[in-house]
Each structure stands twice: as structure tokens, then as C-alpha cells.
Ligand binder design. Structure first.
Ligand SMILES: NC(=O)c1ccc[n+]([C@@H]2O[C@H](COP(=O)([O-])OP(=O)(O)OC[C@H]3O[C@@H](n4cnc5c(N)ncnc54)[C@H](OP(=O)(O)O)[C@@H]3O)[C@@H](O)[C@H]2O)c1
Length: 391
């Protein structure tokens, strides 16, 4: 069976062209070709684009270069990696409870809450970064250092580029910066599968028709080709790609089956419609996914999704950790194909591992086990009261 690695999914630089770029005497490179800040000391640099690459490059160069300008045509909400209680953002967002609340609460309300939260760190309008789009309408830009670099003057935020001159840049607000050595276009990528000669896998504007981001409905026999890792998550890629691979193996082995071609195409269309309702239109947003709901869906399709209600009755401690801690791949190892006896322990201790690197100084007292049982009992009482009221 042929197998191509994820590296074969070709990412091509999305090159931006500017009026006057042929007369510009400095260097223009894509962020893909940027390696490290060495050689940029004493340089004046314009970074274009405020995705994660643009933010990272601007911040890194802001520490060594003579001056960095960050050009953004749209602005962005800047999200901190160090999130609530100092935990990594993933540990907060990748939770069942986040997923359930996200499903229940109106998106506009959620947008307002998250906008307030990031605005509390710094006023995006004051920093010249406030976008017209709402919080969840774009792939997030994570950057803890950007406001520090801006407030120290190392990075200066500018609007879209109008045109280049021989040695500088004129922006669309009429302002001009001179003596620019390098322009780094952090303008993203286009992807494709040039090594597979099949009309179904021709990609245009980053649009690809894959059922659950894995199987193409038009490839015969159904399920004979699986694409792993062709998605852009708001979170961790590895765990999701692993689950996709496990699912693909179950399909290939014949242990579970795919729906009909029509149903697969319908799912693709519905997802496209859903994405177009959430995100602003851009080739950046064609393969977006939220990790928790997607993993729940795939685990359901391959038969390894734990039954939460049953878990609450048989093992409340485990159920509590499943529901309130980070969503980890171990949750899909409790039951079904690939079940692993160590999964329970791994789930219960997952937040310990998240907290482990912080524990460089022993706290005076530790009440965490008592607190945990108090929470489990309280939650159980709430469930009982709700069940009683429901009758
Ligand atoms: N630290 C990290 O975790 C990290 C670091 C780097 C990259 N990544 C990931 O790698 C992927 C690619 O990120 P990326 O930042 O390279 O690309 P990206 O997310 O596609 O962002 C591209 C940026 O360039 C702008 N842009 C595109 N064409 C432009 C043009 N012609 N003129 C002006 N601006 C233009 C876009 O603005 P519009 O929105 O207006 O189009 C956007 O701000 C993402 O999934 C990202 O999360 C992660």
C-alpha cells in the first residue's frame, strides 16, 4: 500500500506582490525562508501579515533589528499563550466543558467575552491592531510578546502597503518608511498534492473536498485513500492526526465503513457552509477545525467514544476528569478499537503532567485531593437536583 508522509502535502509560499516591487533595491523574502535573527542587527525590516508567522518574526526581530514595522491590512485579536491561571491556552480551550458551553451559548456573546478578555491585556485599538472581525471569525494569532515589543517601540504597527519605492514603503494611509533593508512577507501558504495524479485531489484556493478532512467521496474504492493531517486546528495537530490515522486503519481493515458518496459530499458542503458563516472569507480558513468536537465526532465514527453518562455512574472520578480536564487522546483509548488499560490513570493524571513543569518550588500545603472530591460530590448533587426537577 503506498504511503506518503505529511511532509509530502506540499505547502507553497503564498507570495504577495506589491506595486513597485521590481524597483525596490532591498531584499524581499517569505517568512518560510526566515530562519533566525542573526544578520538582522542594524537592519530596518517590514514584516507583512499578522498571522502567527508574522507575529513571531516581528517579535523575534524586534529584539535585535534596528527597527521593525509590522504591516497588517486587517488587524487581529492577539491571544496570549499563557491563559487563565497561567496555564497554557490549550489546557483551557481543549476541554469538554468549553465544547459544551460553546455549543449552547450564542457565538456573538462568546465573541464579546473573549474580546473583553484579550482587551483586558491591552487595548487593541490603542495598539493599532483592532480588527473589524469578531474574535472567532479568524484563525487566532497567539503572541505573548507582541504588546511588549510595540510598547517599547521596537515594533511599529502600520496598515496595508500601497507601494514600494526604491528604498522604502508607502502605506495606504499615506505614511512612508525609508531605508528599508528587508521586507518579510508572512502571507501564508497554499497547499496541494502534486504527487498524486487524481482530478479529485487538485486543490484550488486551498479548497479540498475531504469527508471529515480525510476521505474523498470520488476516490474508488471508497476509503482506499486517506489524507492525514490536512486541517488547521485551533489547537494541537498531533493528537488529531493520530486519531485520523486510527480511524483510517479501521476503515481500511473493514472494521467500520464510510457513508455513501452522497452523504460524504453533503457533510463536506455543510462544513463549508458552516465555516463560511463563522470565518471571514479567505484561503486561510478553508480547513479550520475545533479540536474537541472534531475528535468527538471521529471517535464516534470509529467506535471509541466513551459513554459519559455510564461513566458518571460506574466511575465518577474518571468521569469528572474527562468532563473538566483537558481533552487528551487517552479519552479515545478507554473503549473500542485500540483500548488501553493505562488510559484511566493517564486521564486522571493529565493535569498533573500539565502542572509538573511549574512545580519547581514546593507549596506549603496541598489540599488538591480533598478539593477534587468536594467538587465531584457537589457536581453529583447538582445532577441529582436537576434530575429531580426534570421529573
Ligand atoms: N507559533 C505558532 O504556533 C505558529 C507560528 C507560525 C505559523 N503557525 C501556523 O502556520 C499556519 C500559517 O500561518 P502564517 O502566519 O504563515 O499564515 P496565515 O495564517 O495564512 O496568515 C497570513 C497573514 O498574511 C496576510 N496576507 C496574506 N496575503 C496578503 C497580502 N497580499 N497582503 C497583505 N497581507 C496579506 C493575511 O491577512 P488576511 O487575513 O487579511 O488575508 C494574514 O494576516 C497557521 O496555521 C499558523 O497558526 C503557527
Amino acid at each position: 500500500m503506498p504511503c506518503w508522509s505529511a511532509a509530502d502535502i506540499t505547502l507553497t509560499k503564498k507570495v504577495a506582490h506589491f506595486e513597485g516591487d521590481s524597483e525596490f533595491k532591498g531584499q524581499i523574502i517569505h517568512s518560510h525562508d526566515y530562519r533566525d535573527p542573526r544578520g538582522y542587527e542594524e537592519k530596518r525590516v517590514v514584516v507583512v501579515g499578522i498571522g502567527n508567522s508574522g507575529g513571531d518574526v516581528a517579535v523575534e526581530l524586534g529584539k535585535v533589528a534596528k527597527q521593525v514595522y509590522l504591516s497588517t491590512r486587517r488587524g487581529s485579536w492577539i491571544i496570549h499563550r499563557v491563559w487563565d491561571n497561567g496555564l497554557p491556552l490549550d489546557a483551557n480551550f481543549s476541554r469538554f466543558r468549553f465544547y459544551y458551553l460553546a455549543n449552547i451559548l450564542p457565538l456573538s456573546w462568546q465573541n464579546t467575552q473573549y474580546e473583553k478578555q484579550v482587551e483586558a491585556k491591552f487595548d487593541h485599538e490603542l495598539y493599532g491592531l483592532k480588527p473589524a472581525h469578531r474574535f472567532f471569525e479568524a484563525h487566532p494569532t497567539l503572541n505573548d510578546d507582541l504588546p511588549n515589543r510595540i510598547i517599547s517601540g521596537a515594533v511599529i504597527v502600520k496598515p496595508d502597503i500601497e507601494r514600494l519605492t526604491t528604498t522604502g514603503v508607502i502605506f495606504n494611509d499615506g505614511s512612508e518608511v525609508k531605508d528599508i533593508d528587508t521586507i518579510i512577507t508572512a502571507t501564508g501558504y497554499v497547499f496541494g498534492f502534486p504527487f498524486i495524479d487524481h482530478p479529485a485531489l487538485k486543490v484550488k484556493e486551498n479548497e479540498v473536498n475531504l469527508y471529515q478532512y480525510v476521505f474523498h467521496p470520488d476516490i474508488e474504492p471508497s476509503g482506499s485513500l486517506a489524507v492525514i493531517g490536512c486541517f488547521q486546528p485551533v489547537g494541537n495537530i498531533g493528537a488529531i492526526a493520530e486519531l485520523q490515522a486510527r480511524w483510517a486503519i479501521q476503515i481500511i481493515k473493514g472494521n467500520c465503513s464510510l457513508p455513501s458518496k452522497e452523504e460524504m459530499s453533503k457533510e463536506i458542503e455543510m462544513r463549508r457552509e458552516h465555516l463560511s458563516k463563522i470565518y471571514y472569507k479567505s484561503s486561510r480558513h478553508t480547513i479550520q477545525l475545533f479540536p474537541v468536537p472534531y475528535q468527538i465526532k471521529i471517535s464516534e465514527l470509529m467506535g471509541c467514544k466513551p459513554n459519559l453518562l455510564k461513566l458518571w455512574i460506574t466511575d465518577p472520578k474518571l468521569a469528572y476528569h474527562v468532563l473538566f480536564d483537558m481533552y487528551t487522546p487517552f479519552q479515545n483509548r478507554l473503549v473500542g478499537p485500540g483500548a488501553w488499560p493505562g488510559a484511566r490513570e493517564a486521564i486522571i493524571t493529565s493535569m498533573d503532567r500539565v502542572r509538573c513543569p511549574y512545580k519547581t518550588r514546593k507549596p506549603a500545603q496541598n489540599h488538591s485531593e480533598t478539593r477534587l472530591w468536594a467538587k465531584i460530590i457537589l457536581f453529583g448533587i447538582i445532577l441529582l437536583v436537576l434530575a429531580f426537577l426534570w421529573r
